[in-house]
Design a protein. Structure first.
Length: 159
């Protein structure tokens, strides 16, 4: 296998892995956010983790493919290396995700509170005050008739 074949194989696998990742993103789009994101991280690690195949030549292959081939066909002894690489990279990726989520959560809470305050302030600003309502009603306007020209009925308070 020449260097170009090796790079071409990795390029083909990379395109296929990104396609599978895109399909997985579409499949998990309906899920709750705190479940969807870790699942996406795990599938990304599963698809994109390399493991060493030939230490003498520094040749790598996808860990999931090496593990599956070694388990199914009992060809070599690289299955445990692949499983260990997948486990190690999964732990690292999930730890980084948890750190990211821990940093993001208070920021989102603060933004949500600020947005609620802003919406409440806009709602208060939209309501006219009594003074504005009284200024809108000028004495020249005949209040006995509504906008359509129909006569309004007057309701007298009773004691």
């Amino acid at each position: 296998m020449t260097e170009n074949d090796y790079l071409l194989a990795w390029a083909a696998y990379g395109v296929a892995a990104l396609g599978c990742l895109l399909v997985w993103f579409r499949l998990t789009g309906w899920m709750w956010r705190w479940l969807r994101e870790p699942l996406r991280v795990l599938v990304a690690v599963l698809l994109l983790t390399p493991t060493i195949v030939d230490p003498a030549k520094d040749l790598f292959a996808p860990a999931v493919a090496i593990t599956a081939l070694d388990v199914l066909f009992k060809v070599g002894n690289n299955a445990w290396k692949g499983v260990l690489d997948l486990t190690m990279y999964s732990i690292i990726a999930l730890t980084l995700y948890l750190v990211f989520a821990a940093i993001r959560w208070p920021i989102e809470q603060k933004l949500k509170a600020r947005r609620a305050e802003r919406e409440a302030a806009e709602k208060v600003e939209e309501e006219p005050t009594l003074r504005e309502m009284m200024q809108e009603r000028s004495p020249e306007v005949d209040t006995r008739y509504d906008e359509d020209g129909d006569r309004r009925l007057r309701i007298e308070p009773r004691l």
